[in-house]
Every structure is written in structure tokens, then in C-alpha cells.
Design a protein. Structure first.
Length: 411
């Protein structure tokens, strides 16, 4: 009896401790749930936000393409050449006495450039003039002597032979006077040639000879003193391939003068550091034969150059109209996407769904790109192209024309 009573008492004493432990564990679990409940709620809210945001269509800007009359253009690379290129050389030999220009100066026709020592030529001119006066005196004497012989009777006073001799003497004197006159003229030219003047307007290079050096003149082995290149106007030379030449020739058949083969056609030019073809000139020459070695033909345009920006030898690009002007569609560069080698634009249909249209690119005109493959009524996405997906809905904001759209792809 005592043993069972002892065991029953032990069981009764452990029940309150177990109850307290279970209560403590339950309270801890409840506190933990209370603490993590806000975090779970926030996590669920953050997961629901992208889903709700993805449901809204992306904002894009659309516009109609710009329609303009544009001529198809061909581009060529060439270089400038001077209309006149002059080598300044002396016509007479002598020592260089003076230089009258600065290296690289722009000179005008007739400006004095060099002076050769004039003193020897002045002496030669004076000697030639003296010889001329002597020849004229001899002629005057021969003429008077002949007149005296002609005033008397031939045969009684003088013989016929004497008369003939005096006639011959006058003719010799006349010839001597003519020769001395030409000698004076040559001496005057030599004296004039001691002053070398600019034959054309242009820019002169650096001097090749300094003052005091002997200058060799004449027609062979002459001394090069300087060079002059005309700058305004200036020519631009380039080459055409055979197919382009035939195309221009066919275009010229509709003109009044078909022999020109498209001459006097306007051309536009840009330098290597310029963004657009801002300079206008005229095509004024096409060669008369195609090169057998290259299969090309030489062409030339002329440009005004009042600011002297163009320099002979400078490279540039020219544009020539390859066809009559026609209506073309233009869109901003930001509206054009790339899919490997193909180009496309995204258009929005009546249901505000974005659809791709593959296009062929043309030249850039006033910041807009010529494209082929769309219609004038297409609503082209000009801003927000990256956000649009083919076949997905978008929220379009429509502009009047594509010309008002931003020129960059910044979204």
C-alpha cells in the first residue's frame, strides 16, 4: 500500500511542471508567428507589384512618317585641284635682287613677286638704242646720197653702176635700221622680264631661291622660284564607274542638249570633318573616254571658294542626283531597330498592338532617315522602341509628324 501511494504522489507532483513547459513553448511559437507575419505580408506584396506593373502596357510615342520629295543620290570620293597651277620661273638669267611677297601669301594678277638685277639689261638696252641711232644716221646719209645721184643725168655725170650702188646702200641701211629696232625691242623685253609678276590670282608657296643667288632663265634648265595655285574658284575631280556613267547619260537624254551628258548638274559636297553636304557646285566636265585599266571615267565639278577653305589636294565627298526627285518617307534614327542584318521599325495598329515592319534604309536628310517598306499612314514608334514587344499592346502617345520626335534612342 505504501509503495503505490508513493508512486501516485510522484505522478501528481510532475503534472504542473509539464503544463508550464507546454504553455511556455506555445507562447514562444505565437510570438515568433507574430514577428514574421509582417515580413511575409511584405514579401507577398512585393511579389504582387511586378505582376500588376507588367499588366499595364508600356508608354510609347508614335508619329506618321515625313513625306518629302527627294532625289536618289550617288556619293563619290575625290580631291580638289586648282584651276590654274603656275610655276614661277625667270625668263632671263641674272642675280636675284629682291623678293616682294611673304611665303604663303594670296597674290593678285600683276603683283610684283621677284626682281632680277636690272643694271646689265639697262646697259644692253642703252647700247641697242645707240646702235639704232647709228643705223638711222647711215640710212639718212644713204637716202641723201641716192637722191643726189637721181637728180643728175645718168651716163654723163654718173654711171648706172654708181646709181645702183647708192640704191643698194640705202636698202642695206634700211635693213640695218629694222634690225636695230628689233634689238632695242628685245633689250626692252629683257629689261621688263627682270620683274616677275603673278600671272593669275592665287596663293603662292614658299620661295625656292634667296636673294643674291644666280637665276637661270630661258626655255631649258630654268630655275624654279615659286609656285602659285589658284583657289577661287576651285575644281573637284572624281571618277565614275561605267554603270553610273550610263545612268547619267540616259537621264541627260531628256534634256535639250544631250551632248553634255548631264553637265551643269548641281552637286553637293562635304569635307571629312563635316556632318552634311553643305557646299553646292556644278558638274562641268566628263571625260571623253572610259579608262581601259580601271573601267572608270573622270568627272569634274567646280565650286566657289571665297573663304579659301578648299585647298588643292584635299579629299572630300560629293553627292550627285541619280534619279529625278520622288516622294519618299523619312523617320528618325531612333525609330529604327536592328535584327542581325535586317532593319525594322515598329508600327502600332488600330488595336494598339506593336507590329514590326522590315525596311530598307536610304540616305540621311536633315537628321531623318529615308526608309522603304512602310506607308504614309503607319503610326511609327519614334520614342520607346526598346519598351515595345512584337504582338504586345502599348499605350501610344501620338505626335503630328516624325520630324518632331527626339533624334536619339534615349528612352
Amino acid at each position: 500500500m505504501s509503495a503505490r501511494a508513493h508512486n501516485s504522489h510522484a505522478s501528481t507532483d510532475s503534472d504542473p511542471r509539464d503544463i508550464r513547459e507546454r504553455r511556455t513553448m506555445r507562447n514562444s511559437i505565437i510570438a515568433a508567428i507574430v514577428m514574421i507575419a509582417p515580413a511575409l505580408a511584405a514579401c507577398g506584396q512585393s511579389q504582387s507589384q511586378p505582376q500588376s506593373a507588367a499588366a499595364a502596357p508600356p508608354q510609347v510615342t508614335t508619329a506618321k512618317p515625313v513625306t518629302r520629295q527627294i532625289a536618289d543620290q550617288d556619293e563619290y570620293v575625290g580631291r580638289f585641284v586648282a584651276v590654274d597651277s603656275i610655276e614661277v620661273r625667270a625668263r632671263v638669267s641674272g642675280y636675284l635682287a629682291a623678293i616682294h611677297f611673304r611665303d604663303g601669301q594670296v597674290v593678285r594678277k600683276g603683283d610684283l613677286l621677284f626682281t632680277v638685277d636690272r643694271r646689265p639689261f639697262e646697259a644692253s638696252l642703252a647700247q641697242a638704242q645707240a646702235s639704232l641711232e647709228q643705223a638711222r644716221a647711215n640710212l639718212a646719209f644713204a637716202d641723201a646720197d641716192l637722191k643726189r645721184a637721181q637728180s643728175v643725168s645718168v651716163g654723163s655725170v654718173i654711171t648706172q653702176q654708181t646709181l645702183d650702188q647708192r640704191t643698194q646702200a640705202k636698202r642695206v641701211a634700211q635693213a640695218n635700221v629694222a634690225a636695230q629696232e628689233q634689238a632695242v625691242r628685245q633689250a626692252s623685253l629683257d629689261l621688263e622680264f627682270t620683274e616677275l609678276r603673278a600671272p593669275v590670282d592665287g596663293r603662292i608657296g614658299d620661295r625656292r631661291v634667296s636673294v643674291g643667288n644666280l637665276v637661270t632663265g630661258g626655255t631649258a634648265g630654268t630655275t624654279l622660284l615659286a609656285t602659285i595655285e589658284s583657289v577661287d574658284p576651285i575644281r573637284f575631280e572624281f571618277t565614275l564607274d561605267e554603270s553610273s556613267y550610263l545612268r547619267y547619260a540616259r537621264l541627260a537624254k531628256g534634256k535639250a542638249d544631250t551632248a553634255d551628258l548631264g553637265l551643269n548638274t548641281p552637286v553637293r559636297l562635304k569635307l571629312i570633318d563635316e556632318p552634311s553636304f553643305a557646299h553646292t557646285g556644278q558638274l562641268d566636265f566628263v571625260d571623253n573616254a572610259i579608262s581601259r585599266q580601271t573601267g572608270t571615267i573622270r568627272a569634274r565639278a567646280v565650286f566657289a571658294n571665297p573663304s579659301r577653305t578648299f585647298t588643292p589636294g584635299m579629299f572630300a565627298r560629293v553627292q550627285i542626283a541619280a534619279a529625278p526627285p520622288a516622294d519618299m518617307l523619312l523617320v528618325p534614327e531612333a525609330a529604327i531597330g536592328a535584327e542581325q542584318a535586317r532593319k525594322f521599325v515598329m508600327v502600332v495598329d488600330a488595336n494598339d498592338v506593336a507590329r514590326p515592319k522590315y525596311v530598307t534604309l536610304g540616305p540621311v536628310v536633315d537628321g531623318l532617315r529615308v526608309v522603304d517598306g512602310i506607308t504614309p499612314d503607319d503610326n511609327v514608334i519614334v520614342n520607346g522602341l526598346i519598351r515595345a514587344r512584337p504582338g504586345a499592346k502599348v499605350a501610344p502617345h501620338r505626335q503630328a509628324t516624325a520630324a518632331a520626335a527626339a533624334p536619339t534612342r534615349a528612352d
